[in-house]
Design a protein around this ligand. Structure first.
Ligand code: ES4
Ligand code: ZN
Length: 325
């Protein structure tokens, strides 16, 4: 299958941080519009910083750039630009992460964040028929009490959300304190997902499953170090939202030819391919498909399985899944 063909495969994107779609040009345009001084000399200086030794240096840059997002329209424009690119890559359904605490900490109203993102989804639905929704992520490096307060602040709008998730720094930040927040999210009718096993060892994936009761594991690549964990993920058909170019750029893998994606498929795991933070990691979803197709020499069957997994692993309703499969 050529790059042209992977692009036309109907697929869902299940691991995409909308703040991670902030391209350098938009960072500078929004900074100027909103009167924000950036901690970089200029756009070229910003561009020179896109090489990361691990997750944390990336997150530091990601949060610095996020500060340019202020108004409802900023969020609409950001998400709208992503949804257009995703459509061109054959993405028909998007479950989009956002980090409300990165915005409310700067006194941006959470309603403006939600409304701007929902505006973009409404436009994409009208223009392209794109379906999907929002996944509110808790920042795991902050106290669970702050996550709980964030969730309560939008509890009256739970129907505007699809799920809750958890992201940011992983190692050293246990999941267990967030268990009551996840229980509350379920009470509100929300699905539950979470980042685990990106940099963290398999114990982080066990904790996401057992403490948070996640229905999907975001990344999860380190799960392969634990056979019992793999057996559990296969048995329960828990989807893993894998992000190959992210793993390469954050040095989770040294070389894409060593990426565990092919082994994951061979083991019967429900693996999917996603772009994570495409503005930072060198490409949107089709670039990720293309990179693993080449590096792992994936055949057409494997590529079709990955696209199908993204649809079956989504929270779309059965009618929509049937349409896309
Ligand atoms: C993230 Cl790649 C990654 N890992 C954890 N948290 C994140 N937030 C945005 N991108
Ligand atoms: Zn992520």
């Amino acid at each position: 299958m050529s790059e042209r063909d992977t692009r036309t495969l109907p697929k869902a994107e299940l691991h995409l941080h909308v703040e991670g779609t902030l391209e350098p040009e938009m960072v500078y345009a929004l900074a100027e519009k909103n009167g924000i001084t950036l901690p970089f000399d200029d756009i070229d200086d910003l561009r020179s910083r896109y090489s990361f030794e691990s997750l944390q240096p990336f997150l530091d840059l990601y949060y610095a750039c996020t500060d340019v997002l202020v108004t409802r329209d900023d969020f609409r424009v950001l998400a709208g630009a992503y949804l257009e690119k995703a459509h061109a890559d054959g993405v028909r359904h998007v479950e989009m992460f956002f980090d409300p605490q990165a915005h409310t900490a700067r006194d941006v109203a959470i309603d403006d964040v939600l409304d701007g993102l929902l505006d973009a989804f409404a436009e994409a639905k009208a223009t392209h028929g794109t379906t999907g929704g929002l996944i509110l992520c808790f920042l795991r490096h902050l106290p669970a009490a702050e996550a709980a307060a964030t969730l309560e602040s939008v509890a009256h709008r739970a129907s505007d959300l699809l799920a809750v998730g958890m992201d940011s720094s992983e190692v050293g930040f246990p999941a267990a304190p967030f268990a009551p927040v996840y229980a509350r999210a379920r009470e509100l009718g929300l699905h539950c997902v979470g980042h685990a096993g990106e940099e963290g060892d398999p114990s982080y994936v066990w904790a996401a499953l057992d403490e948070l009761k996640v229905e999907r594991v975001d990344h999860g690549v380190r799960s392969l170090e634990d056979d019992a964990l793999v057996a559990r993920l296969v048995e329960q058909r828990i989807p893993l939202t894998v992000c190959p170019l992210s793993n390469l750029r954050l040095q989770v893998v040294d070389d894409l030819r060593e990426h565990p994606l092919r082994r994951m498929l061979d083991l019967g795991l429900v693996a999917t391919v996603n772009s994570d933070d495409p503005a930072y990691f060198g490409g949107y979803v089709d670039a990720n498909f293309d990179a693993v197709r080449t590096a792992l020499d994936l055949d057409d069957d494997a590529l079709r399985t990955l696209a199908r997994n993204s649809i079956t692993g989504s929270f779309a309703d059965d009618d929509r899944k049937a349409e896309l499969l």
